[in-house]
Every structure is written in C-alpha cells, then in structure tokens.
Design a protein around this ligand. Structure first.
Ligand code: GAP
Length: 512
C-alpha cells in the first residue's frame, strides 16, 4: 500500500472505530489537539502500563512519581526554556501564512534528496545487476553536485543559527528562492524566534497575578523532586525517577495527526549516576529502550538509531530512536546524557544544594543524568500504523489490527450466536467471570461474521462464540484474531487460556 494512502486510512480508521477524534470537532476542531475515544483510551492506558511496569517494576532502582503541570516560573528560567525554547519563524506577506524557517530549509534539502534518488533509480535501470550504488553516489557528477549543495545549505543554516543571526537565515531562504506553498510568492518577513511555551496567569489579576507556564516537558518535575525522592526512598546512586504526564508546546508546524500536537503526553525517566559513569549508563539505557520497543513484536526494520549531529551545550551524548511512520522515519524517543546541567542550574537558581553524599567516597557532588524520553502519542501512532493490516479473505477485505494481545483495547468479545434459546444468558455467564481480569465486550447484534470483523478492526485477540452445542456440553468456540482459526474449548478452561495470552507479563518477560 502506498504510504500516503496508509496514513489516510489510519486516520479514518481511528475515527470510525473510536480510537482518536479531533478535539472540539463539534466546533470545527482545534488544530493539533486530539481526543482519545473509548478504544484509544484503552490502548493508550495499556501502553502506559507497559512502560510504567517496564521502568518501575522491572528495575528495582527506578521509582515513579506524578508531579504537577504548573511549576514555579523560575524552574523554566533555570532549565533554559524561557530564553531558548523557541523556533525560528517567518511569515509570507501575501498569504499571511507562518512557517518554521528551519522546516522550509529542510524541506528544500529533502527535495534535493528526491532528485538524487531519481538519478539512482535511473542508473539502476541502466546498469542492472552491475550497479554499485555507493560508487555511483560518489562519482556521478550531477549527484556529487547535488550532495555538495545539500552540505553547503545545511552548514550555512547551522552556522547562522549558532551565531543567532536570523538575518542570514532569511537570506538563505531568499537565495534558495524558496516560495510560499500557498501564495507561491517569495515575499518574506524577517525571521523571529518564537517561544513554544504556553503561559497563563496564577491568581487573580487584582492580586497582581504571576505568569506561569504549562510545562513543555515532564522532566523538570523530576529534577526539582530529585532530593525529595532520593531521601524518602533512601536510594543510592545509580537510581532513576520515572514519570508519565501531559506536556504542552505551541507548535507552529503542527501536522501529521498525533505525531506533533500542542497537548501531548511524555513518558520520561531520569537516571542519576556518579559523574564519569554516565556514558556507560547511557549505553545501557540505549539498549534497554530499544528492547522495550522491539518486545512489542513490530518489524525491527521499522526502528533505527539517529545520532545527534550537533549536541546541546550541556549534553555529552544524544541519540534518537526513529520509527518508520507512514510519512517516513521520524523521532520517536530520545536517549540523552545530560551531564549535571539541570541539577546544577536548579542549585544556582534556587540557592539550595542538590548534592548527593557518597558514603564510600566521603564526598558530595551533583549527580549526572541519563534521560530517556518517549512520546506516548507517538508510541501509540507507531503501534497503530505497524499493526494496521488489510487482508484478502475470499472476496472480502478484512481490516485487522494485529496488536500485541496485552495492549489490545478489548481482550475478549463474547458473542451469543443468536439472541434466544438461552445463549445470551450463557454468554453473560462467561463475561461475568472474565470481566474481573480484563476488558471484555458483549455483542449480540448482526451476523457473527460482521461481529468478528468489528472485533478484528479494533484488534480484539479473542472472540468466544456461544452456540447451541454450548447448551449441551458447555463448550464454546474460541476464535484467534490473527489466524482466524477456531477451536472448541470447555467453558471452564476459557479464563485460564485467555488470561495467559493477554497478560502484560508476556511483554515484560521479553525485557530480561
Ligand atoms: N525532556 C526531553 C524532551 O522533552 P524532546 O525531544 O523535546 O525531549 C521527547 O521530546 C519526546 O516527546 C519526543 O521524542 C517525542 O516522542 C515527544 N514529543 C515532543 N514534542 C511532541 C509533540 N509536539 N507532539 C507529540 N509528541 C511530542
């Protein structure tokens, strides 16, 4: 399936089956804000549970917290967000549309990549099996020129941003003759930095209200609680603090469905270590985090590592896990070695010591931090897009979500074949036993085939059908979503069979 079509289908499917709705759709929607419906909320909660248990239950030295969204404004001064958490923006004077200058330039560079790929394809056809792509990229003059051009553009852009010279960024856009996609004109304003934090007022205006921010990341709630947690949990280094929660960013280029939202959720963990041990732990966490993604059984080819070309001034190592979304490889998670930057900044701005006393060394120091930060919504999108499948069954096409069973919104659907003869009562008997352990659905409307299709479409791993034979021998049909195979099992065995398959333990066991 063409990737663009797949993406459209996933968005439509999400709406049709109660996974994701546009926020405030009734009022024509609010851009880049989404609501999770009945199945979306279940899937999202299951992903959270998987992450939370993987972090806190599977690692003795990691504990979880839940800090507030509102924090003292000085937190964001100390973290650098007030001064530097911004995007360079440019407006087109004719269309009045606003763009991220870096995105306009990156898209231009991407187009050159497309041209290179076309040359490669042409040459592949021409040379057949003897084609050596690497050699072609290095020697074909047209391709060499294209690649040099890309390098020159990016180095000018990076250097202009490093010098904070926004006029040079604008000049680059003009020199490259980049036009507004809406008006087609090159009538650009100057480039300005635009802070991504949302602000609001705490207290009533008459009391002299203070400006506070909606947190743009959950991490700072962990840093400012680091000593509270360390002291009350009596943890020794190394130890970690995990948190799941909402974050807010006033994203300007907010496209691609739930990939880039203005209100989203992060799952972050800060791992506090002795200075000098951070790179060792960075490697450990890189491996652990990739394992977590792969344990869901998604094609490993869909994940790749991306090393940051340019490290933030406080980081001494940074890699992203990228996922092959329907619109290409994009960042899913960041694993960063952030040195002692955040804690030291909070020491300086609060005037309070955030030191760890090491009994062995008999000295105190500010710990170093390794951070893992993954977007919950992006994980949701990665799982949904990898598990969405269309299959030919006879003359029909069935849409099935091959979700890992422990993450499925509904684990079991209990279906009486007909709405009479005592079958609904027997079905309810099964449901009443299973519902203490897992999310189940009871459905009696429509033909059994239609009901199976509806359950396939929301990823229900098991359907139990109660029929007339059940009245005689108390056996039911257990249907498996992926193979569509059906087996006859005793009613009394159902709970154990299903419980084993849908248990979160199945995913967690793959992590050790
Ligand atoms: N504490 C580090 C931090 O916040 P980040 O790379 O800015 O780092 C971490 O964000 C993760 O949060 C990203 O890898 C992504 O999965 C998710 N994320 C960031 N901005 C997002 C947005 N606007 N919408 C959805 N997810 C987002």
């Amino acid at each position: 399936m063409i990737q663009e079509d797949l993406f459209k289908k996933i968005i439509a499917h999400s709406k049709e089956y109660g996974f994701i709705f546009q926020s405030s759709e009734l009022y024509d929607g609010l851009s880049a804000v989404y609501d999770y419906g009945q199945n979306g909320a279940e899937l999202k909660n299951n992903i959270k549970e998987y992450w939370w248990k993987a972090m806190t239950q599977m690692n003795e030295e990691v504990v979880g917290i839940d800090s507030a969204i509102f924090m003292h404004p000085s937190v964001w001064k100390a973290s650098g967000h007030v001064d530097a958490f911004s995007d360079p923006l440019i407006d087109n004077k004719d269309s009045k549309k606003r763009y991220r200058a870096d995105v306009l330039i990156e898209e231009y560079v991407e187009k050159i990549t497309d041209k290179i790929n076309k040359e490669v394809k042409k040459a592949q056809k021409r040379f057949g099996e003897q084609f050596d792509e690497q050699q072609f990229l290095e020697t074909n003059q047209r391709v060499v020129d294209y690649r040099q051009k890309q390098k020159d553009i990016m180095s000018e852009f990076v250097s202009a941003m490093d010098d904070n010279n926004l006029e040079r960024v604008r000049q680059l856009i003009i020199d490259l003759e980049i036009a507004c996609p809406v008006s087609g004109s090159r009538n650009w304003t100057e480039v300005r930095q635009f802070n991504l934090m949302f602000d609001t007022k705490l207290g009533s205006l008459s009391e002299g209200a203070n400006t506070i921010y909606l947190r743009p990341e959950t991490a700072q709630g962990i840093f400012v609680n680091y000593l509270n947690v360390q002291k009350t949990s009596r943890k020794q280094l190394p130890f970690g603090i995990a948190q799941i929660g909402k974050a807010f960013r006033n994203e300007i280029v907010a496209r691609q469905f739930i990939f880039r939202m203005r209100e989203f959720e992060q799952m972050e963990m800060q791992y506090f270590v002795k200075p000098g041990q951070e790179i060792e732990w960075f490697e450990v966490w890189k491996e652990r985090r990739m394992k977590w993604h792969l344990a869901m059984g998604i094609d490993p080819q869909k994940y790749r590592w991306h090393a940051h070309n340019k490290l933030a001034h406080y980081a001494n190592a940074a890699f992203d896990i990228e996922f092959d979304f329907p619109f290409g490889f994009k960042e899913l998670e960041g694993v960063h070695s952030r040195t002692d930057f955040d804690l030291s900044q909070h020491e300086e701005f609060s005037g309070k010591k955030l030191r760890y006393f090491d009994n062995e060394l008999n000295e105190s120091f500010v710990p170093y931090v390794v951070e893992t930060s993954v977007g919950l919504d992006r994980t949701f999108l990665s799982v949904l897009s990898a598990c969405y499948n269309e299959e030919k069954v006879g003359d029909e096409t069935r849409v099935v979500l091959n979700l890992p069973a422990p993450l499925a919104p509904v684990k079991v659907a209990v279906l009486p074949l007909v709405k009479k003869d005592g079958l609904p009562e027997l079905a309810r008997e099964i449901l009443d036993e299973l519902k203490f352990d897992m999310n189940c659905q009871y459905e009696e409307k429509d033909s059994i085939g239609k009901r199976y299709r509806r359950q396939d479409a929301i990823g229900t791993p098991f359907c139990i059908t109660v029929d007339h034979q059940t009245l005689e021998d108390r056996t039911v049909t257990l249907r498996h979503r992926d193979s569509m195979e059906q087996e006859r099992v005793a009613m009394q065995d159902i709970a154990q069979i299903v419980r084993e398959k849908v248990d979160m333990k199945n995913l967690l066991k793959k992590l050790v």
